[in-house]
Design a binder for this molecule. Structure first.
Ligand code: SF4
Ligand code: SF4
Length: 137
C-alpha cells in the first residue's frame, strides 16, 4: 500500500520557542533505553527516575507517564524540554506518529496544533518512515 506521504510533499520544521506539543495533555512513553538515557542525564538511577517521575509500567520494557493541563510534563521548562538531548523517542519523533500520518486529513488536523507542519524543506518519504518507525510499538 502506498502512503499519501510517499507521493505528496511533507514539510516540517520545529519552530523555535514553541512548546505546544509538550503542553498538551496525554501520555509520554519511555522504553528501557529512554529511561536509562534520561536517568543518566539527570544523574539518577533508572529505578529512582521511574519512581520520582511516576512512570507506570506498561510491560517489562515500557513505561508511561500521564500529563494533564494541571500537571504538565515534569521536564517541560520555560525554555522547553529540560532533557532535550535525551528526550524519549516518542517526543523526538513528533509529529511523525502513526496516528498522525494515517491520512492527509489526520496530518492536517495535527497541523492545527503544530505550527512546524508546512514549514521548512520537504522531507523524503524515507525520513518520514524512519521517524515513524523509531517509536514503540
Ligand atoms: S508543536 Fe510542532 S513546532 Fe511546536 S514544538 Fe511541537 S513539534 Fe515543534
Ligand atoms: S519529555 Fe520533553 S519533549 Fe517530551 S513531553 Fe516532556 S518536555 Fe516535551
Amino acid at each position: 500500500m502506498t502512503h499519501w506521504w510517499e507521493v505528496e510533499p511533507v514539510r516540517f520544521e520545529c519552530q523555535k520557542g514553541c512548546i505546544k506539543c509538550c503542553a498538551k495533555p496525554g501520555w509520554v512513553y519511555f522504553d528501557k533505553e529512554d529511561v536509562e538515557k534520561a536517568a543518566s542525564f539527570l544523574d539518577l538511577r533508572p529505578g529512582y527516575f521511574k519512581k520520582k517521575f511516576q512512570l507506570t509500567p506498561v510491560d517489562p520494557m515500557h513505561w508511561e507517564m500521564g500529563v494533564t493541563e494541571n500537571e504538565p510534563c515534569p521536564f517541560l521548562g520555560q525554555e522547553g524540554c529540560k532533557i532535550h538531548p535525551v528526550k524519549p523517542k516518542q517526543c523526538r519523533a513528533f509529529p511523525f506518529w502513526e496516528e498522525n500520518l494515517r491520512t492527509r486529513d489526520s496530518w492536517n488536523k495535527v497541523s492545527e496544533d503544530c505550527p512546524g507542519i508546512g514549514e521548512g524543506p520537504g522531507l523524503s518519504a524515507k525520513l518520514v518512515q524512519q521517524n515513524k518507525d523509531s517509536i514503540w510499538p
